[in-house]
Design a protein around this ligand. Structure first.
Ligand code: ADP
Ligand code: MG
Ligand code: ZN
Length: 492
């Protein structure tokens, strides 16, 4: 029995997702990512005395979509609270967040998850439900810069462009039992938020960050162990690796008869380990109190024309994945790929509509199309679903062979012409007229008497030679199946 079998990991995640709005949560400043430092600021987001916050309704709408994507219940009334702490990147001295009355409660996702083998390949996909405690709305803080300046040794700098950028904090229940479950959950969460256009999902730009709470306990124990919280994990790899590291570290602590200390830690990717940022001994007392400058948020679908209906029309990614899997008999991998984004799903289903062939649509998109177009840019593919569908139809009705189709597809891509046009330009589709093919076969056999004799004497591999001659004669357009049949019959 390994130590990993003796202990069980318990993990809960807090995810900060930036809501996709052009302006900040309480002022009109831009949320643009790469602006000049401190360019996107005003008295409100600088926290100057007397400046009053006004809630951006766009943020509420995006938060409602995020709640929808995660099956969270939006509360009719939620309250903004001040979370007080001192930090140079927080000039107000408090962050406006939500505390005891959050925007939404009690959500869940039910998604495929799998452990990975030593090569990182999934071992067995299983459906598992992960519960979500709450999701509240809050503002982001600014950013302290301790590196990258000539006088870095003496000074730190502050960029307040992020101050007041809208966030939703999504707090899970402690339902994950391995780092890969956490990984699969965050992957899905990112996809779902992007699917409903609530968040752009850009982790390098900080639009999605994760804090991982990790504890371990003896397998079979019912109480949770003492946890640590590893903060600000901004890539999937870091999330998975930091959790795994923490599990092993805590097991080691317990095995040496010590106690895990409740503390906040940071992941150091270079060293491949977490280290202490602060212990809970100096845990913050945030002295939360209701924000006096903002009224309670009364959420009412009636205030957002068409929002409820739009949500009801929107099939969420996991439902769509399962529907595609069942309706079209796709493989697990194809169904996952074809619902990796909403546009991808739309592209696929439109191609199925246009072609009447779900299998072929999946194959052409997953191989030929995605070899030429990035998955995220599928909506602007030069070959439209209708055009791809038309081409698949030409294969299915025998007008073109699979081999010709590859050439046609390539040309569709380069010229923007339709499959029909291209086939015409190429002098028509494949030759399926048996009389015509038989005439070619007779000519070729007559012109190659030695090979014909050898074939008949048992050198059957020579069939390939004759097929080649036929394709040459038909300029590659002989229906391959018929060509084979006719040759075998004439040579046999
Ligand atoms: P805090 O506000 O101090 O961060 P919360 O109780 O809100 O603490 O929990 C934050 C996250 O930590 C949640 O996802 C929760 O499920 C998780 N969590 C709480 N206790 C544990 C534990 N013992 N082990 C692992 N995760 C935990
Ligand atoms: Mg926390
Ligand atoms: Zn501002």
């Amino acid at each position: 029995m390994t130590l990993r079998d003796k202990y069980e990991a318990v993990i809960g995640l807090e995810i900060h997702a930036q809501m996709k709005t052009a302006t900040k949560i309480f002022c009109g400043c831009s949320t643009k990512f790469d602006s000049e430092p401190n360019a996107n600021t005003c008295p409100v987001c600088l926290g100057l005395p007397g400046a009053l916050p006004v809630l951006n309704r766009g943020v509420v709408e995006k938060a409602a979509w995020a709640a929808h994507a995660l099956n969270l219940h939006i509360q009719p009334v939620s309250i903004f609270s001040r979370k007080n702490y001192f930090y140079p990147d927080l000039p107000k001295g408090y962050q406006i967040s939500q505390f005891d009355r959050p925007f939404s409660l009690s959500g869940w996702v039910e998604i495929p998850t799998s452990e990975r083998d030593e090569h990182g390949h999934p071992t067995e996909w299983k459906l598992k439900k992960f519960r979500i405690q709450r999701m509240h709305i809050e503002e982001d803080a600014g950013k302290s810069l301790h590196e990258g300046f000539a006088d870095t040794a003496q000074h730190s700098y502050v960029n307040l462009n992020r101050s007041g950028v809208p966030l939703c904090e999504i707090v899970s229940e402690a339902d994950f039992r391995s780092s890969w479950e956490a990984y699969d959950y965050v992957q899905y969460l990112r996809k779902a938020l992007m699917w409903v256009d609530a968040c752009d999902g850009n982790m390098e730009e900080g639009s999605l960050r994760c804090d991982a709470n990790v504890s371990v306990r003896l397998r079979g124990a019912t109480e949770f162990g003492t946890r640590t919280e590893t903060k600000n994990l901004n890539s999937f790899k870091f999330i998975q690796r930091a959790i795994d590291y923490e599990i092993d570290r805590q097991i080691e602590v317990l095995e040496s008869n010590s106690r895990v200390v409740q503390e906040t830690r940071l992941w150091n990717e270079k060293e491949g380990r977490t280290f202490v940022m602060r212990s809970k001994e100096d845990a913050h007392d945030y002295r939360y109190f209701p924000e006096p400058d903002l009224p309670p948020l009364y959420f009412d679908f009636g205030k957002f024309t068409g929002l409820k209906e739009a949500m009801e029309r929107t099939e969420l990614p996991e439902s769509r994945r399962r529907r595609l899997l069942e309706t079209y008999g796709l493989s697990f991998d194809d169904a996952a790929l074809l619902t990796s984004g909403r546009e991808m799903g739309d592209f696929y289903e439109e191609t199925v509509q246009a072609s009447g062939n779900a299998r072929a649509a999946a194959n052409w998109i997953s191989s030929e199309l995605l070899a030429r177009v990035k998955a995220e840019e599928i909506a602007t593919s030069p070959v439209s679903p209708a055009a791809l569908g038309e081409m698949i139809k030409l294969i299915d009705d025998g007008t073109i062979s699979g081999k010709m189709a590859k050439e046609v597809f390539d040309q569709m891509f380069k010229t923007g012409k339709s499959a029909g046009e291209l086939v015409k330009e190429m002098g028509g589709g494949q030759i399926s007229d048996t009389t015509q093919l038989e005439a070619f076969a007779d000519e070729i056999i007559a012109a190659n008497p030695k090979q014909a004799t050898d074939y008949r004497a048992g050198k059957v591999a020579l069939l390939g030679f004759f097929v080649g001659q036929m394709m040459k004669a038909t300029k590659g357009k002989g229906n391959p199946q018929l060509v084979n049949e006719i040759l075998k019959q004439k040579l046999g």
